[in-house]
Write a protein that binds this ligand. Sequence first.
Ligand code: URA
Ligand code: SF4
Length: 187
Amino acid sequence: MNNWQQLQSECQACTKCGLCETRTQVVFGVGNPHAKVMFIGEGPGEHEDLQGEPFVGKGGQFLDKLLAAVDLDRKENIYITNLVKCRPPQNRDPLPEEQEACLPWLRAQVSLLRPKIIVCLGRIASMKLIRPDIRITREHGIFFEKNGTLMMPTLHPAALLRTPSKKPDAFEDFLQLREKIDQLHLL
Ligand code: URA
Ligand code: SF4
């Protein structure tokens, strides 16, 4: 078994927080294991919990469109996962202790991938991974450097479906991302 398969099978058996009791399955992540760009959401929703893949509901379909607009594809050149790997009941925000319990899995994924750019999808992931007091509305699309990795917060796809007037802002972030990828010759 390679490192990724080993990590995934360990994670799939995880019972480190209470979310293990209500999940259908662990949603580990999807994408190219050599990707230089990583996307991190909040946690699986209903569709993700049932299908075992991140961002496969309505929000995920919109995310795929944004990605396609800048020539990115989850099967080709990026990796996508979530801050917590199991679905919080009723899609509530993951609790601080659940985020903390799950973080070692994400850290292990980052260690294997060693991405140059991490895009944080939405407020919860951005607060945990970039800065606790981050303001997405003001700071989306900005690249923050953390331990040699560029971290960019952007709006959550589900928020864009609720507030379509924010879609141009998100599109602008994805264009910035593409520019950075090209500048750094990451693809
Ligand atoms: N929202 C998220 O944050 N992640 C998913 O995988 C699906 C919806
Ligand atoms: Fe383990 Fe994370 Fe699932 Fe909690 S959310 S049971 S820490 S994999």
